[in-house]
Structure formats: structure tokens, C-alpha cells
Design a protein around this ligand. Structure first.
Ligand SMILES: CC(C)(COP(=O)(O)OP(=O)(O)OC[C@H]1O[C@@H](n2cnc3c(N)ncnc32)[C@H](O)[C@@H]1OP(=O)(O)O)[C@@H](O)C(=O)NCCC(=O)NCCS
Length: 156
């Protein structure tokens, strides 16, 4: 993602109904500046942005019992409704996994237990679920997010 992509990506994120466009713009600008974050966008054949995805390093030093592991997390993926079902979500995820494979042996993500498309997408790529019995900043007790992980292929 480049600074010039931020406004359009923020609009797609805003359409999901969480936060304001300016919140999302600020978040994407912080992603671009942080070397431990990796924001990407997908373009259609007209070079319009039709989706975005984020990757962030997560480190929780609260030492809470049952904390989700520290590590790299796929943290946000959205494809515009009109562009879904064409492999864009999978490409955005594969691009991030390729980037992560050069940096880590494992990656994580959190997916709502109700989100069948996202679960299917990640399971197809090799993610496995570890259930919902974990704590993560911002998630309340009894949350319905599932923790997924994947072993990343290591190049010699
Ligand atoms: C989840 C999301 C990103 C998928 O994007 P997409 O571009 O439509 O997905 P793809 O076309 O790349 O599909 C890849 C795989 O995902 C799964 N999938 C995608 N849409 C699906 C659906 N509606 N039902 C079941 N599985 C689905 C399939 O396994 C598919 O592989 P296949 O085409 O071989 O069957 C998209 O639906 C979205 O933006 N949803 C709203 C935001 C969201 O839920 N983000 C994820 C948060 S963890």
C-alpha cells in the first residue's frame, strides 16, 4: 500500500461499518510507516482498489493467562462486495504469507466462528484452528473469535 492508496482503502474499510474514514486513514498511514506492519491492496483491471489486507506484529506483555501467542498476525482483510468470489481475498492473503515466510516460521489470524467465507479461505491456504479459548487485547471474555495458525514454508 502506498500513501496515495490510503483514502480509497479507508473507504472500503469504512463501508464495513467499523470506525470512521479518518480513523482508517490514520491506521493505514501508521501501517505504512511501521516496518513491522505490511498493508497491501488489490487492484482491478482498471487499476481501482477493490480490497485491502493488513499484517501486524502482535506482542502482548500483559502476561495474562491464556494469552494468544506473540507473533505475526493477519489483521484485516476486506474485498468490495462487487469484486468477491474472484480469488482476490486469496491473493491478498497469499501475498502476505509470502512476505511473512521471509520473516517467520509461523503466522496467526483471528476469525469469527460465524465467518464461513473467511474460515474457508484461510483453511484452504493451510491455516488450522485452535478454538476460541484464548485472550487477545480488545476481545471480551466469551468472544467468538477463533485463533488460527499456519506453518510458513522456509526457504534455504
Ligand atoms: C472473506 C473475503 C475477504 C473473501 O474474499 P473473496 O475475494 O471473495 O475470496 P476468494 O474469491 O479469494 O475466495 C477464496 C476462497 O475463500 C472461500 N470463500 C470465499 N467466499 C466464500 C463464500 N461466500 N462462502 C464460502 N467460502 C467462500 C472459498 O474457499 C474460496 O475458494 P474457492 O473459490 O476455491 O471456493 C470477503 O468475503 C470479504 O471481504 N468479507 C467481508 C470482510 C471479512 O469477513 N474479512 C475477513 C475477516 S477475518
Amino acid at each position: 500500500m502506498l500513501a496515495v492508496d490510503v483514502e480509497h482503502a479507508a473507504r472500503i474499510a469504512f463501508d464495513a461499518g467499523n470506525g470512521s474514514i479518518s480513523d482508517w486513514s490514520a491506521r493505514f498511514h501508521r501501517d505504512i510507516e511501521n516496518i513491522r506492519h505490511y498493508p497491501v491492496v488489490a487492484l482491478d483491471s482498471q487499476n481501482s482498489i477493490v480490497g485491502y489486507a493488513r499484517t501486524c506484529w502482535h506482542e502482548d506483555d500483559l502476561g495474562e493467562e491464556n494469552s494468544a501467542p506473540n507473533g505475526w498476525y493477519l489483521m484485516g482483510l476486506r474485498v468490495e462486495e462487487a469484486a468477491r468470489g474472484r480469488g482476490i481475498g486469496q491473493q491478498l492473503t497469499s501475498a502476505r504469507l509470502n512476505w511473512l515466510a521471509e520473516r517467520a516460521e509461523k503466522a496467526y489470524c483471528l476469525i469469527s466462528s460465524h465467518n464461513v467465507p473467511s474460515r474457508e479461505l484461510h483453511e484452504q491456504l493451510g491455516f488450522t484452528s485452535h478454538g476460541s479459548d484464548f485472550n487477545f487485547p480488545g476481545l471480551e471474555i466469551g468472544h467468538e473469535e477463533l485463533l488460527f495458525s499456519i506453518e510458513l514454508p522456509q526457504t534455504p
